[in-house]
Structure formats: structure tokens, C-alpha cells
Design a protein. Structure first.
Length: 149
């Protein structure tokens, strides 16, 4: 996950998308990570530090407003914020280049290589590590699926 042309975006999570169903799927994934962490006591490496989108033109601002409206309709915590509020989230923003901003509270990134927690080590002993394979999958078996030769 840390090499190649997209290494800088590995593990990135967001729900900013032009397609409502993809946004729902992205939100479901983020919520699922939270649920797994809560049920297992094991960190999935979830870092929901939020997501920020900036608009430099009136057209981009209209697009962000549409994204915000759709996200709120889908039950996501999203809001249009001022440029000063955006700068509070990221002090490196030069607000002279932008006219508006959109904030998504649960965007962020996931680092699956995070070390396990003491709770996860306690539960790990109950997770089966090896399963017997069916006879058709064992080496030396010449079985084939019905209708194939």
C-alpha cells in the first residue's frame, strides 16, 4: 500500500462523490470499520479526522452545495463552512484562492498496519486460523465441477 503512483492516497476514506450510491457505500464502509472496532476491541487503524473540500469558482461552490445537500439527505454529517473555519482545520490554506468550503466530519484515513490493542490480542485466540479444506480442493484430487471436462 505504500508504493506506486497512488501511495500518498493509500487508505484514504471519504464520502465525497457525485454518485449517491457510491457515497452510501463509502459511508457504510466507514461505519463498518467503527462497528468492527467496537465489537472486537481491535483497532482497524481508523483515523476519522474529517475531510475538507474547497471551491475556487462559483461553479465549484455550487457543486459543493449539491454534494452537501445530497450527503445530508443520506444522513451524513456534512456542512458548508466559512473559509476561516476551513483554515482552523488546516492552517496552511491560503484563503485568498477560495470562495467556500465543505466539511465532512468522518472522512480521514485507515491504516490497517496499526499495532493490535491488548483487547484484540485477548480475542485473537478464539479466531480459527486454519480450516480443513474440502476433499475436492486437496492436492492430488482429480475432481472437476459438474458439466466440465
Amino acid at each position: 500500500m505504500t508504493s506506486g503512483s497512488t501511495w500518498h492516497a493509500a487508505g484514504g476514506m471519504h464520502t465525497f462523490n457525485g454518485e449517491a450510491n457510491i457515497s452510501r457505500l463509502q459511508k457504510y464502509t466507514i461505519d463498518l470499520y467503527r462497528e468492527i472496532e467496537a465489537l472486537s476491541g481491535q483497532s482497524c487503524g481508523l483515523h476519522p479526522n474529517g475531510g475538507l473540500m474547497l471551491a475556487a469558482t462559483p461553479g465549484e461552490l455550487d457543486s459543493l452545495k449539491l454534494i452537501c445537500s445530497r450527503a445530508r439527505y443520506l444522513g451524513m454529517e456534512t456542512e458548508m463552512i466559512s473559509l476561516e473555519e476551513a483554515r482552523n482545520f488546516n492552517p496552511l490554506i491560503d484563503t485568498s484562492h477560495f470562495i467556500g468550503a465543505l466539511w465532512r466530519a468522518d472522512g480521514g484515513h485507515c491504516d490497517p498496519s496499526a499495532p493490535p490493542t491488548p483487547t484484540s490480542r485477548r480475542h485473537a485466540s478464539s479466531v480459527p486460523r486454519w480450516n480443513a479444506s474440502p476433499a475436492c480442493c486437496r492436492s492430488g484430487s482429480a475432481r472437476t465441477a459438474p458439466g466440465t471436462s
